[in-house]
Design a protein around this ligand. Structure first.
Ligand SMILES: NC(=O)c1ccc[n+]([C@@H]2O[C@H](COP(=O)([O-])OP(=O)(O)OC[C@H]3O[C@@H](n4cnc5c(N)ncnc54)[C@H](OP(=O)(O)O)[C@@H]3O)[C@@H](O)[C@H]2O)c1
Length: 338
């Protein structure tokens, strides 16, 4: 089990684990997932205290796995055991005119697949800011929230400007899910401050860069092509290249290793702890290749140590040598809109 500081009262009704289990990794491109083994492994996660899942309508079978997992939890442990599990999905529609029916039909599909009466959190993504239909979509989602189909509204990959438009339209947003790591520190430019002012939490992904921020890559030659074995590694290797390249990553890794050794933890532990301690950050999502690989015992150590001022100084000194990704790419989520 995890210590109490591993959990956050995210909303009045939802207490979440501050390391969320990311289910993009079951969607293909990260190794073949066996559904039975995946569900067995999901029990291991909740028994270890990792009770919160991040998924999406388009993450292959992720919503169905949650549905089947919930049924198996009821069958083996009783209905009450479900109270300790949170499942946060997303809706990623094609831009265009939004009607109540379009929105409700999509929400109903997620409800059915996940086998829930109400979605804990609906994290909405939108591809095209010029198309302001996103405000209609959110307005209808707010109606569905009042009707009980959604508990809380959230966003993913929205930039600060459009987040502000949504907040000013009177829509209550509890979180925005963005890329945030020691490589990609763009949320520090504008997003964090806005979120703090409006009581919005950040849920972060890419925080261990698909595994690049781990001992596995320390002192290793630059991986290319087929040696980047998951789409996640490919995604964050591109980010590392834009940020400063393999040599600078090695400098970051050896700095993180010296800090990790000092605290008797791992490189990913330091990378996650650093982001968890940033203002507005509610939780860090760590991708889970269910039934293929697992880092539960290691990731649990994140909650047993603290970084000191000297650690932060060393890390920030490496960050200062990198390129400015905000200038290069733009605000949070802009990489999806170029
Ligand atoms: N909203 C969005 O647009 C968006 C985009 C991307 C991701 N996400 C969410 O964020 C989740 C995280 O995905 P991500 O792609 O960003 O991946 P990630 O969390 O940066 O990387 C996950 C990988 O890191 C490795 N890892 C994790 N803990 C480790 C440890 N303690 N020691 C060594 N290696 C460790 C594992 O690699 P191995 O399996 O190889 O051991 C794991 O598969 C996704 O599942 C999804 O829920 C959202």
């Amino acid at each position: 089990m995890l210590p109490t500081n591993s959990y956050l009262q995210f909303t009045p009704d939802l207490k979440i684990c501050r390391i969320l289990n990311g289910m993009w990794q079951v969607s293909g491109g990260h190794g073949r997932i066996d559904p039975k083994a995946a569900i067995q492994t999901m029990f291991k996660y909740i028994d270890a205290g990792f009770t919160t899942w991040d998924l999406a309508d388009h993450y292959g079978p992720a919503e169905d796995l949650i549905g089947e997992f919930r049924r198996q939890v009821i069958a083996t442990r009783g209905q009450a055991a479900l109270a300790n599990i949170q499942a946060f999905t997303k809706w990623v529609p094609r831009p265009g005119k939004m009607t109540k029916k379009i929105v409700e039909d999509s929400i109903d599909i997620s409800l059915r697949r996940m086998d829930v009466e109400s979605l804990d959190l609906m994290q909405f993504h939108w591809w095209e800011y010029q198309d302001k239909n996103y405000l209609d979509a959110l307005k209808y989602m707010a109606e569905l929230q009042t009707e009980g189909k959604i508990k809380h509204l959230a966003l993913t990959n929205f930039d600060t400007e459009n987040l502000q438009i949504i907040v000013e339209a009177g829509i209550k947003i509890v979180s925005n899910q963005v890329q945030f790591s020691l490589v990609d520190r763009r949320p520090e430019v504008n997003m964090i401050q806005f979120c703090q002012q409006h009581d919005i939490k950040l849920l972060t992904y890419g925080t261990v860069c698909g595994g690049l921020l781990s001992e596995k890559y320390l002192g290793k030659p630059e991986p290319r092509g087929l040696s980047l074995t998951t789409v996640s590694l490919k995604k964050y290797k591109n980010m590392v290249d834009a940020w400063g390249g393999w040599l600078l990553l090695q400098e970051l890794l050896s700095t993180l290793k010296s800090i990790a050794d000092k605290h008797k933890v791992s490189i990913p532990n330091v990378a996650v702890r650093y982001i968890l301690d940033k203002p507005a950050v509610g939780g860090v999502i760590v991708g889970a290749r269910l039934g293929i690989s697992e880092h539960l015992a290691d990731n649990a150590k994140v909650f047993n140590f603290n970084l000191d001022a000297e650690d932060l100084k060393k890390i920030d000194a490496v960050s200062e040598k990198s390129r400015d990704l905000y200038e290069l790419i733009g605000d949070c989520g802009d990489e999806y809109r170029r």
